[in-house]
Design a protein around this ligand. Sequence first.
Ligand SMILES: C[S@@+](CC[C@H](N)C(=O)[O-])C[C@H]1O[C@@H](n2cnc3c(N)ncnc32)[C@H](O)[C@@H]1O
Length: 212
Amino acid sequence: MESSTRASEPTDGQRRPFRDGLGFFGRFLRNPMTVGAVLPSSRYLSRALVGRLELAPGELVVEYGPGTGPATAAVREALPKGSQYLGIELDLRFHRMLTERFPTLAFHHGSAADLRAILEQRGLPKPARILSGLPFASLPPAIQDGVIDGIVWALRGTDGDFRTFQYVHAYGLRAARRFRAMMQERFSGFERIGPIVRNVPPAFVLRYWGAK
Ligand SMILES: C[S@@+](CC[C@H](N)C(=O)[O-])C[C@H]1O[C@@H](n2cnc3c(N)ncnc32)[C@H](O)[C@@H]1O
């Protein structure tokens, strides 16, 4: 028998953000410091983060902390043919969810601070783009340093860039300012996009290039 969905019934695609929101909130309650947000990013913030990827065949984009995958979905739409993607996710549940949801993309279960070792282990080139959903300000200082060292190592001497976001309400907080100050020391180029108001909470997208 043919199955049909009445116009008033929510489809799977409409239910997904709700289910993702609930699942995400559950992970936040368990690991508030590493999950760092109560809701996944909206598609508007995700698209602003991903922007234009402009990757040549064989080039790699790495995403840190894809969570339930809102930015991953935007990457999948924008990924040029022949280029590669690797998501690095610390949370095992999110990692499992991502591998099921995006069967054509690769995900590593581990820490973004280990970028170099992960790329070597997988025989991947240095990435041309690094996108990050990491809650940077709430990560332990040693992880922050490891993540930034890895980004600089990957992008130095290339025209690649790093993109992340910071929530507007937390933009002036000490930890957020510390992150930007550290990045400013290590990169010659900086651009701030937004605020992206169609996100809870609104956020700025930050882009860095010219790793020193
Ligand atoms: C604020 S959530 C963002 C999730 C998703 N990118 C979004 O925008 O909805 C942060 C994500 O980073 C992950 N995470 C935290 N520390 C990490 C680390 N050291 N390496 C990789 N992922 C990490 C968390 O498990 C979580 O999925």
